[in-house]
Write a protein that binds this ligand. Structure first.
Ligand code: ADP
Ligand code: MG
Length: 437
């Protein structure tokens, strides 16, 4: 495959993967590179470890399906960061444990009155670990950004303190590893992993409740780190004193540094968060829509994201501009069933009717403009509105091969961006196709 063609196929695969799994679609997919696509194997290059982990953990399935649909072949997908050697070497060091979500950075965190103290203290700690607030304890209800902030601190501290050993764990993970350490007689290994770090970040420490032995272990870990001036950051769903059956000596230690509460975001902050999350997905939404979503969802930011995902899914599958009405219908779950079953014959029917041509002409070898254009539009719409592969689309339109279909899609895609008339025509045809009962 020529380089340009490879790029084009890869772009299509990315678009398809986004449509197949809107919840994990991200704007930064643009930064991925295709290393090769041959012999049933697609290798995708990632800019850094965080994006690599995100893709490996969340996107392998959608990328595989997308690659298979677009190429019409069985494809195995692999993700790689930088040079291969680096990946191998790193995965053997302790840092391999540090799994950070690429979305959870300070840059992507919207600050408002509800979370300002928590965010500011996290920034302070990330800039000078062990020297400002130690421990730093964040608390608040579920879905208000605690985990996001903890990732952001780790990410920032990792950039600043090159080579520092940062341990980030969910509390359950801490407890489970501790128990496994005891069972397997490898407690020393467990202890050195937690007591020798430069920064220890434990999420959801409320899981320590009623775990006496783990609390004891945690107490010693805490002391070892604290006495060596190492930074400790904790989060929980309530303040230290209100975590049920937490030992008094832990409560008092958790209160030694700074305890910062996160409240539910105000309406204005929610609007800003919706806009931020939409940007991350490369989704353009008007203020009106952001306001609508922010009004509709208020308790929990995770739900705001779910709402955006629903809107994104509808926009992707219908190829439509996101209007307020579409957003409303998406959130009310009305559109989904209508868009699922578009097939290529619906498209051909709408296009032949619009251009007043016959299917036989589209399938023929005729190359006059009056036939070529509707044929290419059919291909373009089939590509964007159905899950057919290039081969299958070519098959429906007179047995044309996948490069012809791809060429058609590119050509119409370009015309769509440069010619407002084409843009309007495609929107109209799409509307007709998606509204076909
Ligand atoms: P918690 O750990 O408190 O339950 P999370 O950190 O998992 O909550 O946050 C849930 C979702 O909400 C995440 O996707 C996170 O990025 C998002 N989120 C929460 N607060 C903010 C914020 N202020 N700005 C942007 N995103 C936020
Ligand atoms: Mg959390």
């Amino acid at each position: 495959m020529a380089a340009g063609e490879l790029e084009a196929v890869f772009t299509d695969i990315l678009e398809r993967a986004k449509a197949l799994d809107p919840a994990n679609a991200r704007q930064w997919f643009d930064k991925l590179t295709v290393r090769h696509l041959r012999g049933g194997s697609l290798e995708v290059g990632c800019p850094d470890d965080a994006t690599y982990q995100f893709l490996r953990d969340n996107c392998r399935g959608s990328f595989t399906r997308a690659a298979q649909q677009i190429t019409g072949h069985l494809v195995a997908v692999d993700f790689k960061v930088g040079a291969d050697e680096r990946r191998v070497r790193r995965s053997t060091g302790p840092e391999a444990e540090l799994k950070l979500h690429p979305d959870y950075t300070f840059e992507n965190f919207v600050v408002g009155p509800s979370n300002r103290l928590a965010q500011a203290s996290c920034i302070a700690v990330s800039q000078s670990p062990g020297n400002t607030y130690n421990p730093l304890f964040l608390y608040g209800n579920s879905g208000l950004g605690k985990t996001h902030l903890l990732h952001a601190v780790c990410y920032e501290a990792k950039q600043r303190l090159d080579g520092a050993f940062i341990q980030f764990s969910g509390c359950e993970d801490f407890v489970n590893r501790f128990i496994r350490g005891i069972q397997e007689g490898k407690l020393a290994g467990f202890q050195s992993q937690f007591r020798k770090v430069d920064m220890l970040v434990i999420d959801d420490v409320q899981f320590l409740r009623e775990r006496e032995q783990s609390q004891e272990e945690f107490f010693h870990t805490f002391n070892a780190l604290y006495n060596n001036g190492k930074q400790i950051i904790l989060s929980a769903d309530s303040p230290p004193g209100q975590i049920p059956s937490l030992e008094e000596r832990l409560i008092s230690r958790f209160n030694w540094g700074l305890v910062a509460r996160i409240d539910p975001p105000s309406y204005e902050t929610r609007i800003a968060i919706v806009q931020k999350k939409a940007d991350l997905r490369g989704l353009a939404i008007s203020d009106e829509i952001a306001e609508y979503v922010a009004r509709k969802v208020h308790a929990n930011i995770r739900e705001l994201e779910g709402a955006l995902t629903a809107i994104y899914a509808v926009a992707m599958t219908t190829g439509r501009q996101i209007t307020l009405e579409l957003a409303q219908r998406a959130l009310e779950g009305q559109i989904e069933s209508a868009v699922r079953h578009i097939n290529i014959t619906d498209i051909i029917e709408v296009v032949t009717k619009h251009f007043d041509v016959r299917l036989a002409d589209l399938q023929s070898k005729k190359r006059s403009q009056s036939i070529t254009e509707p044929r290419q539009i059919c291909m373009y719409l089939a590509r964007n509105l159905t899950k057919h592969s290039l081969e299958e689309i070519g098959g429906h339109l007179g047995g044309r091969d996948h490069t012809t279909v791809m060429h058609a899609c590119n050509k119409i895609g370009q015309a769509k961006s440069s010619d407002p008339k084409m843009h309007a025509l495609l929107a109209e045809l799409t509307k007709q196709v998606t509204q076909t009962p």
